[in-house]
Design a protein around this ligand. Structure first.
Ligand code: HEM
Length: 387
């Protein structure tokens, strides 16, 4: 049969993995008429593109969008959509603020947040994992990291949820809520300039490289990027994780018995059901790959979700195995490698250890009653009933 891949097709979104295998085997460089872009699905091809940002630019956008959506109307956050040399500079500045020490210091805070959320859940009943646990957890953590005061938490969480759920690939831009967040962050920044605190916002205001500070616009853009990049991704890793562990009760038992195995399991969750299934780049010079030519201006979609199931790299790639310790590509690679990877790993480890900590708590996930997210590059759930 004819091979067809449309990243926006609901059937593909429900289960993309069989199509991914066909792409890897039959069309490693595939032209998708539906998406209007090239598609790469093998691990080594995806890695090669990620580590050549000169040939494959991020500056024109990294989200695959249907042809009828005007990308220029969409707010382009800084950093992730910049190329060297500007990217190198920005990344240096924000890395000053986003330090391993600052992330590690969040451990007890995150433990408290996870325990609080689980405490509020009616464990004897059906409950929605997304609205009660995997949704709020990363939003509260980012709010805490930025230094959002406790009394603003609920307001912040509501904005954040609306903002990340507005879907650019369907032309919904969340402009109103973005404006509310901008205004909020702007007054917050002014306050931190006047009265510095020990939080990320203050560190960002003060961070400089070679006499260069972030501009007001860049600071606001970065706060928004943290939300976009750090909220829903982590939510989905957690949701996908509880579904997978419910389907693999023997692995779940081992994790409950030995919490030291959880960090390894988190890596396998990232590989097996990657929250970010794909991002794109724009080709800057003619390139030949697998016997075809890509031209300058062409878009190429990198399928992390397919690369992470590539049997050329992972033995028995379709098998979920918490002992695997995979070198997955779920956080990207090269200069744009996920700035929040350590935080995402920490949040997910603590969340799973908290869920598994109560020896009597073993959940079932109701997949028939669940609602999948329909945005192309993000894999996860809008709602997920568990019991
Ligand atoms: C970049 C995935 C959590 C902040 C990236 C990229 C991926 C990714 C694939 C590379 C983008 C590219 O190459 O174009 C994920 C996943 C997460 C996660 C799967 C959770 C499971 C977070 C968190 C934060 C964060 C918690 C911060 C609070 C960022 C930032 C970038 C980034 C700022 C841009 C880095 C740059 O362009 O230099 N992430 N991310 N991410 N991520 Fe994450």
């Amino acid at each position: 049969h004819e091979l067809r891949y449309d990243p926006f097709d609901p059937e593909v979104i429900a289960d993309p993995y069989a199509t991914y295998r066909e792409l890897r085997d039959r069309a490693p460089l595939y032209w998708s008429p539906a998406a209007g872009c090239w598609v790469l699905s093998r691990y080594h091809d995806v890695a090669a593109v990620l580590t050549d940002p000169i040939t494959y630019s991020s500056a024109s956008g990294i989200f695959p969008t249907p042809a009828d959506v005007d990308m220029t109307a969409i707010l382009l956050p800084m950093l992730v959509m910049s190329d060297p040399p500007r990217h190198t500079q920005l990344r240096q500045i924000v890395s000053r603020a986003f330090t391993p020490r600052r992330i590690a210091a969040l451990e007890t805070t995150i433990e408290g947040i996870a325990a609080d959320l689980l405490f509020q859940v009616p464990l004897e009943d059906d409950w929605d994992f997304v609205s009660a646990f995997s949704g709020p957890l990363p939003a509260i953590v980012i709010a805490d990291l930025l230094g959002v005061p406790r009394e603003d938490r609920d307001r912040f969480r509501a904005w954040s949820t609306t903002f990340v759920q507005s879907n650019p690939s369907r032309g919904q831009l969340g402009v109103e809520v973005a404006t509310a967040l901008y205004d909020y962050f702007a007054s917050f920044l002014a306050e931190r300039r006047a009265y510095p605190e020990d939080d990320l916002m203050t560190a960002l205001v003060q961070a400089e490289v070679e006499g260069q500070y972030l501009s007001e616009e860049e600071l606001l853009g970065f706060c928004l990027l943290l939300l976009v990049a750090g909220h829903e991704t982590t939510t989905n890793l957690l949701s996908n994780g509880v579904v997978l562990l419910a389907a693999h009760p023997e692995s779940r038992e081992r994790l409950a018995d030995d919490p030291g195995l959880v960090p390894g399991a988190v890596e396998e969750l990232l590989r097996y059901d990657s929250p970010v299934q794909g991002l794109s780049r724009t080709v800057t010079r003619p390139v030949e790959l697998h016997g075809q030519w890509m031209r300058p201006g062409d878009t190429v979609l990198l399928l992390f979700g397919a690369a992470n199931r590539d049997e050329r790299v992972f033995a028995d790639a379709e098998v979920f195995d918490i002992d695997r310790r995979p070198e997955h590509i779920a956080f990207g690679r090269g200069i744009h490698f996920c700035l929040g990877a350590a935080l995402a790993r920490l949040e997910t480890r603590i969340a799973l250890q908290t869920l598994l900590g109560d020896r009597s708590f073993r959940w079932e996930a109701d997949l028939a009653g669940a609602e999948r997210l329909s945005s192309g590059p993000v894999r996860g759930f809008a709602s997920l009933p568990v019991r």
